[in-house]
Design a protein around this ligand. Structure first.
Ligand SMILES: C[S@@+](CC[C@H](N)C(=O)[O-])C[C@H]1O[C@@H](n2cnc3c(N)ncnc32)[C@H](O)[C@@H]1O
Length: 263
């Protein structure tokens, strides 16, 4: 899926979860000083910022296909190399990085398994590959659960985002195993975001940043209003915070993985 929204709209829609999610993923991947690290699908740079804080800007490289996001990521993380491209065809040689991370991207890739194979290919033997996606299958991402539950009150059976790659428990772990990664483990990461009130929650959906906002955008105005009212009924009037669970996996690149299996 192509992201065309400006970085500032992404910030208000999903970027507000980045500080807590990025720290949790970087912890899970064991990112620490001295590593050279790649952020795949960096968006406007929420995870990139966390990686820069841990290993320094000169040791972080980031890539994303959306030019407005790579520009924002570069501006927000001076000294970091940021380029345009996709996970399925990473423009680096084998074994260039100590750790390769990706937050909330697998489900948007045209070929997620190829994306994982590429992440493994550019990671050095013994290095770490880690990725996460929101728990959309069982609704652990509260913001999106509230939205899709509201939609299903009027249109039962709408699939929404729950079949996207990586959004069910264990899916990323399985993909990592298929890619030949070793010592694969996974579990839940917990993130959180604050909202000044209902309007602060609702307005970003109207920006059509991701699949939920694009679904809303395609509805007639009266149906949009019904979804909004159903969301409002599910949320407090005053300021509130929402929890968000993501599924993650991490794995190690084996020393003896044959080149043909890693490309
Ligand atoms: C939900 S955003 C996540 C951005 C960022 N990682 C974060 O955590 O905020 C999904 C990102 O994946 C990028 N993307 C979509 N398809 C991709 C692909 N095939 N390879 C790499 N990135 C991709 C989009 O441009 C977008 O920036």
């Amino acid at each position: 899926m192509q992201f065309v929204a400006p970085a500032e709209q992404y910030d208000r829609f999903m970027g507000r979860y980045a500080p807590t999610l990025a720290a949790a993923l970087a912890d899970a991947a064991g990112v620490s000083a001295g590593m050279r690290v790649l952020d795949v699908g960096c968006g406007p740079g929420g995870l990139t910022r966390e990686l820069v804080a841990r290993v320094g800007a000169g040791n972080v490289v980031a890539i994303d296909p959306a030019p407005q996001f790579t520009a924002a990521c570069h501006d927000r993380n001076p000294g970091t190399e940021v380029c345009e491209g996709v996970a399925e065809a990473l423009p680096w040689a084998e074994a260039e990085f100590d750790a390769v991370l990706s937050a909330l991207v697998l489900g948007f890739m045209r070929d997620p398994d190829q994306g994982v194979r590429e992440m493994a290919r550019v990671t050095c033997p013994g290095g770490t590959v880690a990725a996460c996606m929101w728990d959309l299958a069982t609704g652990g991402m509260t913001m999106l659960r509230v939205f899709w539950s509201a939609v299903r009150q009027f249109t039962p059976g709408v699939e929404g985002e729950r079949r996207m790659a990586g959004t069910a428990e264990g899916d990323i772990v399985e993909r990592f195993g298929r890619a030949g990664l070793e010592d694969v483990s996974g579990g839940a990461l917990n993130a959180r975001a604050d909202y000044a009130g209902f309007d602060d929650f609702w307005e970003p959906f109207t920006f059509a940043v991701g699949p939920s906002g694009q679904y809303l955008h395609a509805l007639p105005a009266e149906q949009q209003a019904r979804v909004r009212d159903a969301c409002r009924a599910a949320l407090p009037d005053e300021a509130f915070s929402l929890d968000a669970r993501a599924w993650y996996a991490r794995g190690a690149v084996p020393a003896a993985l044959p080149r043909a299996d890693r490309a």
